[in-house]
Design a protein around this ligand. Structure first.
Ligand SMILES: *Cc1c(COP(=O)(O)O)cnc(C)c1O
Length: 421
């Protein structure tokens, strides 16, 4: 079962004889035991049976297995939202007094988490832009740097993260590369193939795909050698809260994801609901099919807009004249996603007027699901940013972000045509 289209459907829940074909929703907070010993085993991390849904649940386990099969790696932990996945992934290995190094072209929520909330907890974030040299980025890395972070395809500026370049920089300093792979999904890009060590997803977006369920995922490639790096005692020395478990020894190359669940999920509880896990599993069945259509429609919209006189610039990485075209062909040769951003002649007012005239394209704080929608980043998702921060994030005041859905392309293009008139 090596092809992604098949994995989307066949991996994860595997019914035994006469069990339900569809993954059941285990809507229960807790699990009953017949003896005290079996349950006590969990508290020593010697059993992976389920005891309490804050930490694990059979519905989560099935979706997690499907996502691991799709993206690769040694294990997945799903969470209640994309933001909580990113938070868990970072604080699993970064603590007060330490720092992380991050691309400035990231999702607005991630930017704020890294720029405000983490510093309040004592974790500093040092931002770089895609234009910065390796030498400059290396000046940001010191003994207390724990990871480099970036987005495969940034939301909303759609720049392509040069994964191999940043993986080499991270590994030179014995730290992992962590990436948010939300936009291309496991169907269109596998950063693990290019040296990325940890992946996070907002499954809220294409993976659920129907604007129905919030969710996130953290995936461990199993490739980073925490022990050899010498920088991660939390994974390589005894954890007193589990009677001296040493994650690197007890869980081998799945140490990171084991700790993420046993420690961060246990203590913070960013748990999804079993029902949302079911919706995610259902959504994943058609992910490959949907992504093909999103990319086809996205490309058609980008090409249409780039020929339109009222459009100043169009940003879609697989357009031949896009500055990320070569990187796009390297990392995402089979397509990127359905998100296209563009600037309209006439500035902020023209952008707003255009958006309000669209009929199919709804104005929503969302991207990446089956229906076409539009958003004005400067006045919404990135509202809290200063003008300089906006420029660093690759956003202009007249930029519109359009998430092209899977409706018929002729209807989408007609809608654009009418609104631009
Ligand atoms: C939406 C999004 C997130 C946050 O996900 P939520 O489920 O909304 O918390 C993180 N990263 C990217 C790239 C996103 O688009």
């Amino acid at each position: 079962m090596s092809r992604i289209e098949t994995k989307c459907i066949q991996e994860g829940w595997k019914p035994k004889s006469a069990e339900p074909r569809r993954m059941p929703i285990y809507q229960s907070t807790t699990f009953a035991y017949e003896d005290c010993f079996s349950m006590a085993q969990y508290f020593e991390l010697k059993s992976s049976d389920h005891i309490y849904t804050r930490i694990s649940n059979p519905s989560f386990e099935a979706v997690e297995a499907k996502i691991t099969a799709m993206q690769g790696g040694v294990g997945t932990m799903i969470t209640g939202s994309g933001m909580s996945a990113t938070f868990a992934a970072v604080v699993n290995i970064a603590h007060a007094g330490q720092n992380i190094v991050c691309s400035s072209e990231v999702y607005g929520g991630t930017f704020n988490l890294f720029n405000k909330t983490l510093p309040e907890l004592g974790i500093e974030t040092r931002f770089f832009t895609p234009a910065d040299s390796d030498e400059y980025i290396e000046t940001l890395i010191d003994q207390n740097t724990r990871l480099i972070f970036g987005e495969t395809l940034s939301n909303p500026s759609l720049s392509v993260f040069d994964t191999e370049r940043y993986a080499a920089l991270a590994h030179k300093h014995n730290i992992p590369l962590m990436m948010d792979n939300t936009f291309p999904t496991p169907v269109k890009c596998n950063p693990f193939d290019f040296g990325c060590d940890i992946i996070v997803h907002a499954t809220t977006k294409y993976m659920d795909g129907h604007a129905a369920a919030m969710g996130g995922a953290v995936i461990d490639s199993g490739n980073f050698n925490w022990k050899a790096s010498g920088k991660f005692p939390e994974l390589c020395t005894p954890d007193e809260s589990y009677h001296g478990v040493v994650y690197c020894e007890d869980f081998g190359n799945a140490a990171y994801i084991a700790k993420c669940r046993a420690h961060i999920m246990r203590d913070i509880g960013m748990t999804p609901s079993p029902f949302n896990a079911f919706l995610l599993d259902l959504g994943l069945d058609t992910l490959a099919l949907r992504m093909d259509r999103h990319c086809e429609n996205g490309q058609a919209v980008a090409e249409y807009l780039s020929k339109h006189p009222k459009i100043k610039t169009v940003n879609y990485p697989s357009l031949k004249d896009n500055k990320y075209y070569d990187l796009c062909m390297k990392y995402m040769p089979k397509g990127t996603c359905g998100v296209v951003s563009f600037e309209i002649e006439g500035g902020r007012e023209a952008a707003v007027e255009f958006m309000e005239k669209l009929k199919i394209g709804k104005i929503m704080t969302h991207v990446a699901d089956s229906c076409t929608c539009v958003l004005h980043p400067a006045s919404t998702t990135h509202r809290q940013l200063s003008d300089q921060q906006l420029i660093d994030c690759g956003i202009s005041p007249s930029m519109v972000r359009m998430s092209v859905g899977i409706e018929h392309i002729d209807d989408i293009l007609e809608d654009l045509e009418n609104a631009l008139k």
